[in-house]
Design a protein around this ligand. Structure first.
Ligand SMILES: Cc1cc2nc3c(=O)[nH]c(=O)nc-3n(C[C@H](O)[C@H](O)[C@H](O)COP(=O)(O)O)c2cc1C
Length: 183
């Protein structure tokens, strides 16, 4: 697929079939993501591939976070759980802590990496969503993952799965809104 079509055609996917994506394909996407530009070659990534037990804990955390905002019906609780358990793969993503200037650049590297992985998977008809929803960066998530906030900063979750619904493309404003050509 050509890059224009791939870039414009990729969508953030919110709804997934329960069908499993091949682990090898997901590993290939994450491996390719390491080819993102990375100033000073700091290699800032930490990808946490969640298994059933971790997922269940994150799902319960997600429900608790929703309940903290107000009472949740069983339907809403099930939806909050499914949000974590439904995608084929759920990768929590962190960057290694650093000084502010390096951390800023490291986050940029991660963002490039996520796009590379997402475009690669999209090419294989697999959807992704970078979520910064509460559970993906919460203090309790560090505990669930067994990592320290003195070493890592959680930057969100990458959901991966076979799309059950591909949302319409949110239109982008034209380039002239953002581009200033100077003399
Ligand atoms: C850093 C980052 C965090 C995001 N967090 C969320 C999120 O928590 N929930 C969500 O629905 N989408 C999230 N998104 C996806 C954007 O909402 C999405 O990219 C945007 O709506 C454009 O849709 P598209 O990716 O299909 O073009 C996030 C995207 C980025 C880059």
């Amino acid at each position: 697929m050509d890059l224009t079509k791939l870039t414009m055609g990729r969508r953030t996917v919110h709804n997934y079939h329960t069908e499993k994506v091949n682990d090898t394909l997901v590993e290939a996407a994450l491996g390719l993501s390491l080819w993102a530009p990375n100033h000073r070659l700091t290699f800032p990534w930490a990808y946490f591939w969640t298994g059933d037990k971790t997922r269940a804990q994150l799902a319960e955390l997600n429900i608790r976070l929703k309940e903290a905002k107000g009472p949740q019906s069983e339907i809403k609780k099930n939806a909050a759980r499914a949000n974590i358990t439904n995608p084929s793969h759920l990768i929590l993503m962190a960057t290694v802590l650093s000084d502010p200037a390096t951390a800023h650049e490291d986050y940029a590297t991660l963002a490039c990496s996520v796009q590379i992985a997402s475009l690669f998977l999209w090419q294989h008809q697999i959807g992704t969503k970078w979520s910064t929803g509460g559970h993906s960066t919460h203090a309790d998530s560090y505990e669930i993952l067994g990592i320290s906030s003195k070493e890592y900063r959680l930057q969100g979750a990458l959901m991966i799965g076979v799309p059950s619904i591909v949302p319409p493309a949110p239109p982008r404003p034209p380039l002239d809104k953002f581009l200033r050509k100077l003399t």
